[in-house]
Design a binder for this molecule. Structure first.
Ligand code: SF4
Length: 643
């Protein structure tokens, strides 16, 4: 039943003492829409509007919520601003307490890396906790491990809500801990405390309001019973939902990674034939299951797939007798993958940390195989990467994210979808499959009130930049020269250059004057993005970021960027098969994605009403793109373009 909440009840839950412009009106619109039966609300509001305060208001008024955002940084920002939120992050973010015991006493040694230094070892986090690979540590074996039912919530839904381990359980754990054989390794054991990872996860799952990043939220959803129903789901940075779903559901098999498990692992070249790769994946799954001593599962998977999807491995894909599989069945596929690696035999040949990686990879492999079998037309081979004619990596991705969106939105009665760049809400709704009559979607759009004179866009029309032009040295040189000139004009300013490829980035770097080339800070797929940004933000010099991948999720406020250069209209790369297939299916999707990247890139350097930065666009195709997409580009963006 639709929970009706009065506008006053919404407004009194606003978390700050005063409203920024339009916030009050937006809350009223959200209230009207939910009360009149809309299930989903899309809120497009620019940077600086205060979308998170709106999300908190609605969450508090409705009583319970899951909030999802794109990155760990954004999670931290939310919890810093709103103390009622409990945060959940993935295992890799927490030190395993068992390993920490050894580290603190100077007794740490990793048998996987043969390293005695925790700084060099990759296996100190909860991702490689002994509870995942050691029989004596599973379940209650690790005395740091807590369970969801140990936690209780006091003053539920109130300002002073607290989620904590019950007193009886606390006593129980302390007693168990003091008798634990693991502590015999140390003269003076530490005081008992819960495992960092499980503790924060269960607190987040028990509290009324919690914040996740998409990656952990999507993985928790695969366990049907892990997450209780709540009133409100907030999907923040919603322009990234499709990419997050595709990243989570997609599969990459690389020779380098799988050779760690199977030394003679070979990848046959099936090109872009999805059926060929499907059979390859099923054979690979069988090989690896046998390797870890899980032969019995091979037989049950064959049987299950024959019944459920009509897949017979002997007669291969052609004669498949397909049927539609519902979302709840997909859930079962996901949750039935739990493999108990501690109780099987073949594992003794493989060290424990590697075994943990194997199990993670098998789970993903099996889930992907089942997803492909349940909806084969939705899957494509997006990339076949070769070295010396040998396939070294293959990537498979689903095309239609709407197949998976139901499992996300059905966790809550209402959904608030937020982003600065929805732009074309009809394409957005269709793409995610939230455009149905029965679950209606309301679109609310707010214009930017940042002064237009603080954020001019200069279309410099240096050259038309398409794929073939960008192969020509004279054109690339012209672009580099234009960048050099702009950097000279802004010789004392920090800034950012958005390229569309690493090839472009390298050419620019090599062809700038020495002085300007030294100012550049480059991203690199091998280096953590945060490290690169930190170097820029901490440097006192007029450094300039240059990257094909910083158009979203980056806050370059005030002096962190006073100018930005967009070299080329950022069309997604159609050399990527997934992008080209999506474009074939729906051209509107392609232009919409380009517009999103463009407006996102523009938004990196102007973060508040008092902030200012100049934007230079070099591509002569910019004006044409703007004309052709006038109806989806925001008015506040169009008004900044200088004639
Ligand atoms: S429960 Fe936590 S502390 Fe215990 S082994 Fe697992 S990851 Fe480590």
């Amino acid at each position: 039943m639709n929970k009706v909440v009065s506008v006053n009840d919404y407004l009194k839950n606003f978390p700050h003492t005063s409203f920024r412009s339009n916030q009050e009106q937006v809350i009223e619109q959200v209230c009207d829409a939910f009360n009149s039966g809309y299930k989903h609300i899309i809120l497009e509001a620019p940077t600086g509007f205060g979308k998170s305060a709106i999300a908190i208001t609605i969450a508090r008024a409705l009583g319970s919520s899951y909030i999802c955002t794109a990155t760990k940084d954004l999670q931290t920002q939310y919890t810093h601003d709103y103390k009622l939120l409990k945060v959940a992050k993935g295992k890799s973010n927490f030190l395993c307490r068992v390993k920490e015991d050894f580290i603190e006493k100077g007794k740490y040694f990793c048998t996987s890396c043969n390293s005695g230094s925790e700084n060099e070892c990759r296996h100190t986090s909860c991702e490689y906790g002994p509870c995942l690979s050691d029989e004596s540590m599973e379940g209650t074996g690790c005395k740091y491990r807590t369970f969801i039912n140990d936690y209780k919530t006091e003053n539920k839904g109130k300002e002073n809500e607290r989620t904590l381990i019950s007193r009886e359980k606390l006593e129980y754990y302390k007693t168990e801990y003091s008798n634990w054989i693991h502590l015999k390794n140390f003269d003076t054991p530490r005081e008992w405390n819960p495992c960092y990872y499980f503790d924060q996860l269960f607190q987040a799952l028990k509290a009324s309001h919690s914040i996740f990043n998409y990656s952990i939220f999507l993985s928790l959803l695969t366990n049907k019973n892990m997450m209780q129903q709540r009133e409100l789901l907030v999907l923040d940075e919603a322009h990234l939902i499709e990419a997050e779903i595709v990243k989570f559901r997609g599969l990459s098999i690389s020779k380098k990674r799988w050779r760690r498990y199977i030394p003679k692992f070979k990848m046959v070249d099936y090109g872009y034939d999805i059926d060929g790769w499907l059979d390859f994946l099923i054979d690979l799954e069988k090989t690896i299951l046998i390797l870890i001593g899980y032969d019995s599962l091979v037989y049950s998977l064959v049987k299950e797939r024959k019944v459920k999807y009509g897949y017979d491995s002997k007669r291969k894909a052609k004669a498949r007798n397909k049927r539609i599989v519902s979302a709840s069945e997909l859930f079962e596929d996901d949750s039935s993958l739990e493999i108990d690696i501690k109780s099987e035999s073949g594992k003794n040949l493989i060290h424990k940390e590697l075994l943990i990686d194997i199990v993670q990879d098998i789970e993903k492999l099996t889930r992907t195989i089942n997803n492909i079998l349940s909806s084969p037309k939705n899957w494509i081979v997006s990339e076949v990467h070769k070295e010396n004619y040998d396939v070294v990596r293959v990537e498979l991705k689903p095309l239609d994210p709407s197949k998976y969106i139901r499992t996300i939105v059905e966790k809550c009665s209402k959904t608030l979808i937020m982003s600065a760049t929805i732009l074309n809400h009809i394409t957005f709704e269709k793409n995610l499959g939230i455009d149905s009559e029965e679950n209606k979607t309301k679109f609310i759009q707010i214009q930017s009130d940042f002064p237009v004179e603080n954020r001019p866009i200069f279309p410099l029309s240096v050259e038309y930049l398409n794929f073939s032009n960008l192969q020509q040295v004279d054109i690339k040189t012209k672009i580099s020269r234009a960048i050099d000139n702009i950097m000279h004009i802004h010789s004392n300013d920090k800034g950012i250059i958005h390229t569309t490829s690493y090839e472009q980035l390298n050419f620019i770097k090599e062809n700038l004057s020495k002085l300007n080339s030294r100012r550049l800070i480059l991203t690199d797929p091998e280096i953590e993005r945060d490290e690169v940004i930190k170097e820029h933000t901490e440097s006192k010099k007029p450094t300039v970021l240059i990257s094909p991948s910083l158009h979203t999720g980056l806050d370059l406020k005030d002096n962190l960027s006073r100018f930005q250069i967009i070299t080329k209209v950022p069309y997604p790369n159609i050399a990527d098969k997934w992008t080209s297939e999506k474009r074939k299916i729906n051209k509107e999707w392609y232009y919409w994605q380009t517009a999103i990247r463009l407006v996102q890139a523009y938004g990196r350097s102007i973060r508040s009403k008092d902030d200012w930065a100049k934007t230079y666009v070099l591509d002569s195709a910019f004006n044409y793109f703007v004309r052709m997409n006038y109806n989806i580009l925001p008015k506040w963006f169009l008004s900044a373009i200088r004639k």
